[in-house]
Design a protein around this ligand. Structure first.
Ligand code: DON
Length: 555
């Protein structure tokens, strides 16, 4: 959390420019879909705060980007309550069902059965989004769910216009979606698509309507919960009533990283990214941004990433189930030890080279700042494209396949090529390790809110976004800049076509490069506190939109 300097606090007492710190000149938001951005604005303009808008935006995203997030999934919300000067991480991550066990996805030969880990209700963790909405409405918002869920209900009832993104996702997952009758609403030729131009989600509209009327608890107890459990079990899943009854969101203390006069506030475990960012920044060292030989700096960056991803695989998991020594892992001394074998001329080898490349998944991010200085940075997911592909009959709820984020077998890569250890093994009620990283950065009197989908690449995208912001880049540059990624295994540097790296010179140091299709879908809000200026930007790789609305004096 931003701790105002003494000088700043003197202004707090005597008025002056500090007023601008608590009161942005308007509100700003960016999300992965224009309908969601519009819904957020609608709520803000109706007197709601950033937390109310977060409910509306996430609910609409679940309807209009059904392949990316929704009621059947989970995520992390980083929240800042301006009046209390309080920042917290709302953990709405899915949990493993109580009947899950370490070897749930192993076949008779002890190999991971990818189909069971990714497709159908056995792949689904217990969803957290409904509980997050309830928590936001009860503890942070000003409007009831009946108001904030209304835009999502409208879109579910009236239909979501098809767009190329949606059609591509439907085609990519058609085989799995066609296995389950209720999922056919997302397949070509279904009655929901009869007009050929919109997807109508009548069951989902009713489910959202029920939550609007009875509160989020209706997802976890009562008739809807009973239907969810019965249908999951009927199709081969292992959910129980206790799973839903016991589910709770958790408020956790975010990880705060101090680096070069910046304060980076980001996710704690069960996301891996906060710990990894601290490690990478400390491994780079505070002078990394000061210039010098470009290749040497990129080499150091790749080597730091390699080490952080290996650390992720070794140590990180759900802190409520395994001991994750966050203080130690994020310390400067620890980073120094990690870099003890750093060779400025030669690439270190990660243990082996996996043949698997990360596959496509989907997830969503949004950033919101309201006129009172409250903000939300949230990344939400059902994991892979269309999650498990299983829509629970009669409810419209599309379940996640987040169970694949566990390490189904130590050393075996998941959907994103990530490997893990005991720390991220499956256990009843445990949260699977994540890369999702809603983040806030305070630097030079400015605040940036950022995040993105991208599986294992979330960590490197957020890291690059932070580095750019610290060099004075604006919101637009953060979302547009070409990206680079290394995750230890596979032992390769992936770059977007326009990334600025001298490939030959880095190859001479032993790095292996591969240029791949652009990735990510970052959503950024920047507030220049001193200049009283707001910016918002949505990644051009996606179809999202960003809005800044200035408020007139006296508003
Ligand atoms: O929690 C995680 O790390 C993943 N389930 C996120 C998936 C994701 O970002 C897919 N996006 N392309």
């Amino acid at each position: 959390m931003k701790r105002p300097s003494l000088l700043f606090c003197l202004f707090c007492l005597f008025g002056g420019s500090a007023a601008a710190y608590a009161n942005p000149p308007g509100h700003a938001l960016a999300s992965a879909h224009p309908a969601a951005t519009e819904a957020g604005l609608e709520i803000l303009n109706a007197g709601g705060n950033a937390f109310d808008a977060a409910v509306a935006v996430s609910a609409v995203l679940g309807v209009v980007e059904p392949y990316g997030s929704g009621l059947g999934g989970g995520g992390f919300f980083l929240l800042h309550d301006s009046a209390r000067n309080h920042t917290t991480m709302l953990d709405a991550r899915e949990r493993a069902p109580l009947a899950a066990h370490r070897d749930l996805y192993l076949d008779a030969d002890g190999n991971v059965d990818r189909d069971r880990a990714l497709n159908g209700p056995l792949a689904a963790g217990i969803p957290g989004i409904a509980a997050a909405w309830g928590h936001l409405a009860e503890h942070y918002g000003q409007l009831p769910l009946a108001h904030t869920l209304e835009p999502a209900i409208r879109y579910a009832q009236n239909g979501v216009p098809l767009n190329p993104e949606l059609e591509r996702a439907m085609t990519a997952r058609a085989e799995v979606l066609l296995r389950y009758p209720a999922s056919s609403i997302f397949t070509p030729g279904s009655p929901a698509l009869s007009s050929g131009t919109r997807i109508v989600q009548t069951d989902l509209a009713s489910t959202l309507g029920l939550l609007a009327e009875q509160g989020a608890q209706a997802f976890y107890r009562g008739p809807l919960a009973e239907t969810l459990v019965a249908e999951v079990q009927d199709s081969g899943g292992i959910w129980s009533r206790q799973d839903l009854e016991q589910y709770q969101v958790v408020e956790r203390e975010p990880i705060t990283i101090h680096w070069r006069n910046a304060e980076i506030v980001t996710v704690a475990p069960p996301s891996a990214t906060g710990v990894m960012l601290a490690q990478v920044f400390h491994m780079l060292g505070e002078d990394w941004l000061d210039g010098g030989d470009h290749d040497a700096r990129i080499h150091r960056l790749i080597e730091a990433l390699r080490r952080a991803y290996l650390e992720r695989a070794r140590h990180l998991g759900d802190p409520d189930h395994v001991d994750v020594p966050v203080q130690q892992l994020t310390s400067v001394e620890y980073a120094r030890k990690l870099m003890a074998d750093f060779d400025p001329e030669h690439a270190t080898r990660s243990k082996s080279l996996y043949a698997t490349e990360p596959e496509a998944g989907h997830t969503t991010h949004f950033s919101i700042l309201d006129r009172d200085g409250n903000w939300v940075s949230a990344t939400l997911s059902i994991n892979g494209l269309f999650g498990s592909g299983f829509v629970v009959p009669g409810t419209g709820v599309l379940l996640n396949n987040e169970m694949d984020d566990f390490s189904a077998k130590p050393g075996t890569p998941n959907l994103y090529g990530l490997v893990g250890s005991e720390a991220n093994a499956i256990a009843p009620g445990k949260r699977m390790l994540s890369s999702m990283a809603p983040t806030a950065v305070y630097h030079a009197n400015s605040l940036a809110l950022l995040g993105t989908p991208g599986g294992s690449r979330i960590t490197t995208m957020v890291m690059q976004g932070i580095l750019q912001f610290l060099q004075g880049a604006d919101a637009e540059s953060l979302v547009t800049s070409p990206r680079l990624h290394h995750q230890a295994l596979p032992d390769k540097v992936f770059t977007e076509p326009d990334a600025v790296v001298d490939r030959e010179r880095l190859e001479a140091r032993g790095h292996v490069f591969e240029v791949v299709e652009p990735w990510g879908n970052m959503q950024v809000v920047v507030w220049d506190i001193r200049e009283a200026r707001l910016e918002a930007a949505s990644d051009p790789r996606g179809i999202g939109s960003a809005e800044v609305e200035a408020l007139h004096v006296g508003n």
